[in-house]
Write a protein that binds this ligand. Sequence first.
Ligand SMILES: Nc1nc2c(ncn2[C@@H]2O[C@H](COP(=O)(O)OP(=O)(O)OP(=O)(O)O)[C@@H](O)[C@H]2O)c(=O)[nH]1
Ligand SMILES: [Mg+2]
Length: 343
Amino acid sequence: MVKLPNPFKQAVIPLNVDDILDISFRRAFRKSRPIRSRGDKLLIYKAREVSRIQVISDTITSRLDKVVKKFPSIERLDPFYRELLDVTASIDRMKHSLGAVQWASKLIKRLSKIYITRIKKVNDPDLMIQLRREALGRISSVLKRVNQEIDFLREMVSALRNLPDLDTGIITVIIAGMPNTGKSTLLSKLTTKTPEIAPYPFTTRGLIIGHGELRGKKVQFIDTPGLLDRPLYKRNKIELQAIVALKHLKGPVLYIFDPTEICGYSIREQVSLFEELFSSLEHHMIAIINKVDLGEEYREKFNKIISYLNEKNIVFVKISAKDGTGLPILKELLLDYLKEETE
Ligand SMILES: Nc1nc2c(ncn2[C@@H]2O[C@H](COP(=O)(O)OP(=O)(O)OP(=O)(O)O)[C@@H](O)[C@H]2O)c(=O)[nH]1
Ligand SMILES: [Mg+2]
């Protein structure tokens, strides 16, 4: 079973209103069959005008219907993606826009039916043309009335389709920590394939997703540069919501400390971000003390972090993401976590 984790992948990006009109008018006026001399000319004129309305209405409404139908059911969305939808587009606004498109489609179908019936009843070719023009004018103006909604959908559906493919059903280990503490280095050590980078709402650098395995069980690792690497008070409401979406991912958070402060952030700053995340995320947190290969040189600083974590009774592992020291112990800790989760 190959299921695309991002439920918006199959959503359809609508064309803009001008292009929809352009395509459908072209299609309707492309092949007007020559009027043969034999047969009832009136019937042929009639058929031609009816078909023009029909083709335009069908072309427009099938496109609009596809946009609505291919958008995943908002009610049944996985909570993670539902939250991301809300951060990206606002669920209410999205529902409103999809509703408007559906409304336009219905009205266009109704108008075309009404005008086709009227054309069928008249016997004057000029009147047929006049009715057809009127029909197409009204159909166009209905479509133009949802112009804004269609533009909104165009922008949002493309953004949603680009969201990261995260399998919300498997364990996801989130790697957090201030810039340059070693998040990417650690991710590369815990994963097999080259990580994927996907845009994530309101981050400049996207989400980095790596795939790994722990004793035969699939695990995703995500690195969140620009998201979990600076104090929360510096963020706006929407960025905070993007962080909140992470709570729907099942798995622990690894918080990386760089006691050497080579990363450019003091131990105090690193501790303060850790405490903030600790109190705002609901995840199980594992503290990682990175760069132990430099432990001798920075012994005092390492001790400072160790006593802090001991005092707070926080589980920690000392590693070197660079040379691999401590990684087996870290994996054991993750396995313990997995075991607890499945028991
Ligand atoms: N000595 C030593 N250096 C390390 C270790 N882990 C990472 N580094 C170095 O620290 C620097 C930053 O590492 P990254 O893995 O890029 O850090 P990051 O947290 O992903 O940084 P951002 O993506 O900017 O947030 C790099 O020069 C790494 O080589 C380690 O265990 N020991
Ligand atoms: Mg990085």
